[in-house]
Write a protein that binds this ligand. Structure first.
Ligand code: ADP
Ligand code: ADP
Length: 217
């Protein structure tokens, strides 16, 4: 489902964020991505999402080589991906409901079906009672769950979560992990990054460990 072949990513200025990385993630896998701040975790996830392009090597997602894909086609690939990134990009001039509706509006989804999907996603993350609120009124943990609802409302095949538990205490973090587990159970391919490995240990899943842009044991 996701394949990196000798992928190097060098940012302008010369820094190599990823160095000749090769790995493969099968459809339906749940994989953790560990490593200190600056190790290259976000870069790896951005390459899968087509937000960044490799300097060399190939990134193949759902059979598509992103490096040779025309820029105009990237949005089509991204429709099959749900993103939960650190800078939430929550829109504070809209309600909780409207924030989750956004990805469906963009693809011109049927309104009734979209409304049903948004409510299902909000129900899933436990925010259905707060759909009319402005997101400012949500706690940090609730804002994170809003982001998760927005990332899954279009039922992506792949879910990428960059430090989704970064700012949350342990109890909230475990709740969030349970949510990811439930998406995993319906067949979604999931990559979750974190600098704190203690949360990952209990799940018995593959852990990819990055250090200075390379894998370590
Ligand atoms: P992590 O997510 O593990 O903290 P990142 O992928 O964000 O790591 O960063 C890896 C390295 O690439 C860091 O040294 C970071 O400073 C650098 N980097 C990340 N994004 C950019 C960018 N847009 N321009 C230049 N350097 C970047
Ligand atoms: P339906 O009721 O038609 O089966 P829903 O929109 O209610 O569909 O979603 C079913 C559940 O599956 C929800 O909890 C939803 O969050 C979850 N889900 C999230 N992403 C996916 C996905 N990629 N494929 C299938 N189900 C998903």
């Amino acid at each position: 489902m996701i394949q990196f072949n000798q992928v190097t990513k060098r940012y302008p200025g010369g820094l190599e964020a990823l160095r000749s990385l090769s790995f493969q993630i099968e459809s339906g896998e749940l994989v953790f991505l560990a490593g200190h701040s600056g190790a290259g975790k976000s870069t790896l996830l951005k390459l899968i999402a087509g937000i960044e392009r490799p300097t060399s090597g190939s990134v193949v997602v759902s059979g598509q080589n992103l490096a040779s894909l025309k820029r105009a086609s990237v949005p089509f690939v991204r429709r099959h991906i749900g993103l939960i990134f650190q800078d939430h990009k929550i829109l504070f001039d809209r309600s909780v409901f409207e924030n989750v509706m956004l990805p469906l509006d963009i693809v011109g989804f049927d309104r009734r079906e979209a409304t049903r999907r948004v409510r299902a996603a909000l129900d899933k993350v436990g925010l259905l009672g707060k759909e009319k609120l402005n997101p400012v009124a949500l706690s940090g943990g609730e804002q994170q769950r809003l982001c998760i609802a927005r990332a899954v409302v279009h039922r992506p095949a792949i879910l990428l979560a960059d430090e989704p538990t970064g700012n949350l205490d342990r109890a909230y973090s475990l709740d969030i992990m349970e949510l990811f587990k439930s998406f995993h159970q319906v067949g979604v391919t999931i990559i979750i990054s974190a600098h704190d490995e203690s949360l990952m240990a209990d799940y018995g899943r593959r852990i990819l460990r990055l250090s200075k842009g390379q894998f370590t044991q």
